[in-house]
Design a protein. Structure first.
Length: 134
């Protein structure tokens, strides 16, 4: 009876390891993407309203180029430390994007999106904020 219980517990444990590994990997990637998005968003927000444009953020090194990859959306490679803040280095097939929109007369909406591939599926995380001209 004891051998049966030990074998049953071992089988249950062995069956749960792949699920636990996938869950841990998903949590790790989501945490890394969240950290990258927060750092980029804070770096942009601290520059203030006058600097929240593609041209200004590119000149400050927060965007790869002042040329958008699509309407109002720019790519970013790193925030301040290329080894630790690059979506392509930290996440599998990682990419970072910043969308800047004029929400109102003196208000700009900034959305940072980090994308990566996980188990063959495209995943993304987005954070946004408003920057006012005070």
């Amino acid at each position: 009876m004891a051998s049966f219980l030990v074998a049953l517990c071992a089988a249950v444990l062995a069956a749960s390891i792949p699920t636990a590994t996938k869950s841990r990997l998903k949590a790790t990637y989501t945490g890394l993407a969240l950290s990258l998005a927060q750092k980029e968003l804070e770096a942009i927000r601290t520059r203030g309203y006058p600097n929240v444009s593609g041209d200004q953020l590119a000149s400050l090194g927060l965007l790869d180029s002042a040329t958008p990859v699509s309407a109002n959306t720019f790519s970013f490679t790193n925030v301040d430390q290329p080894l630790f803040d690059s979506p392509s280095r930290v996440l599998p097939n990682g990419q970072g994007f910043v969308t800047i929109e004029q929400a109102d007369l003196d208000l700009r909406r900034v959305v940072v999106t980090v994308q990566w591939t996980e188990n063959g599926r495209q995943r993304s995380l987005s954070l946004g904020t408003l920057v006012a001209n005070l």
